[in-house]
Design a protein around this ligand. Structure first.
Ligand code: 5GP
Length: 179
């Protein structure tokens, strides 16, 4: 792996410390509520599994898949639901867990869909936020880290479906894109 890494942004320890902090905040905020954690596949899968272990509440989990980037490194603006929720969300408190928010177009679209199903509330928890490129007015209740406008991978985030398994978040070397 070392020959692919340009720079490590967040190592395992840094990620886990932040996730513990987010989990404690969410636990406090959702006490007594009917919490349904919605993981956006595939990028948020590592994050959600670590996060829910740090939320000390009897929550439910569900998964949704949408297409946003394909194999390119820039947003297409086209959003399609590939897998919908299994659970009913009417009356529940929904926490969408996302890997990274860039333009915000993916989540704006998703939030509109979920709100039309009459949940009690819908909030966002994103591990990474790239605010420079925002194209929608999105309110992110919980954010792990802000990142600059560069393409990052690892800990669930991919380039052409690879590097999701790497336990830290990093920037790829340019040579990797050229291959
Ligand atoms: P948005 O709709 O906010 O522009 O795009 C969000 C989605 O784009 C994320 O869920 C993720 O799949 C993808 N994405 C945005 N920036 C990056 C990045 O730096 N690295 C990777 N691997 N995916 C990204």
């Amino acid at each position: 792996m070392d020959n692919c890494v340009k720079k490590v942004l967040f190592d395992e320890e840094t990620l886990q410390l932040k996730i513990k902090e987010l989990g404690a905040k969410i636990t406090k905020d959702y006490e007594g509520k009917d919490l349904l954690v919605v993981c956006i596949l595939k990028g948020a899968v590592m994050f959600v599994t670590d996060l829910v272990k740090r939320i000390d509440l009897p929550l439910q989990m569900d998964f949704m898949a949408v297409s946003s980037y394909g194999n390119a490194t820039e947003s297409s603006g086209i959003v399609r639901i590939l897998k919908d929720l299994n659970e009913e969300i009417c009356g529940k408190d929904i926490l969408i867990v996302e890997d990274i928010i860039d333009t915000g177009l993916t989540l704006s679209y998703l939030i509109d869909i979920l709100k039309s199903r009459n949940p009690n509330s819908v909030e966002i928890c994103a591990l990474l936020d790239k605010p420079d490129n925002r194209k929608s007015d999105l309110k992110i209740r919980y954010t792990g880290f802000q990142v600059a406008d560069e393409f990052v991978v690892g800990y669930g985030l991919d380039f052409a479906e690879k590097y999701r398994n790497v336990p830290y978040i990093f920037v790829l070397k340019e040579e990797v894109y050229m291959k």
